[in-house]
Design a protein around this ligand. Structure first.
Ligand code: HEM
Length: 123
C-alpha cells in the first residue's frame, strides 16, 4: 500500500517537472531588446542628430541620445547644445571649463546609450 503510494507520488512529481520543462521549452523566451546598445553608429549618422530636440553625442566610444536630458542639464543650453551631433568626449570630460563631471553625471550616461561610435563605419 505505502509502496504504491510512493511510486504514484514519485511518478506524479516527475510528470509535473517534465510538464514545466516542456512548457518552458515551448514558450518563446523573454524577448531580448534589439541589440540597439551595440549598434555601430557612424559619424555621418551622428551628425544627422545635431539639434536640441534630436541630440546625439559620442562620448568615450559610445553614442548617447541626450534629447530627453537636455532640458534638465544644469548648464546654460548654449554650453551643451553645440555638441549635439558631435564627438564630445573632451567637452564632457572638461565641461569646456577644465572641470570634470561628477560621478553622478557619469552614472546617468548608460540610460541614454543607443550604440557604439564607429566614426568611419563598422570596424
Ligand atoms: C558634452 C557636453 C557637455 C558639456 C559641455 C557640459 C557642461 C556642463 C556644465 C558647464 C555644467 C555646469 C557647471 C558645473 O557643474 O561645473 C554641467 C553640469 C552637469 N552636467 Fe554637463 N555637460 C555636458 C554633457 C553632459 C551629459 C551628457 C550629462 C549626463 C547625461 C551631463 C550631466 C551633468 C550634471 C549631472 C551636472 C551637474 C554637476 C555635475 O554633476 O558634475 N552633462 N555640465
Amino acid at each position: 500500500m505505502m509502496r504504491k503510494l510512493y511510486f504514484a507520488s514519485t511518478a506524479t512529481f516527475w510528470i509535473v517537472v517534465l510538464g514545466f520543462w516542456a512548457g518552458s521549452a515551448l514558450t518563446p523566451g523573454v524577448q531580448q531588446p534589439a541589440v540597439a546598445a551595440d549598434r555601430d553608429i557612424t559619424a555621418a549618422e551622428l551628425a544627422r542628430h545635431a539639434t536640441p530636440a534630436d541630440c546625439w553625442m559620442a562620448i568615450r566610444g559610445a553614442v548617447y541620445d541626450l534629447s530627453p536630458y537636455l532640458p534638465d542639464h544644469p548648464s546654460r543650453p548654449s554650453i551643451i547644445e553645440p555638441w549635439c551631433g558631435k564627438e564630445a568626449t573632451e567637452a564632457y570630460a572638461t565641461k569646456t571649463k577644465g572641470r570634470a563631471h561628477s560621478g553622478e553625471a557619469d552614472a546617468m550616461l548608460p540610460k541614454y546609450r543607443i550604440g557604439r561610435f564607429a566614426p568611419g563605419g563598422a570596424q
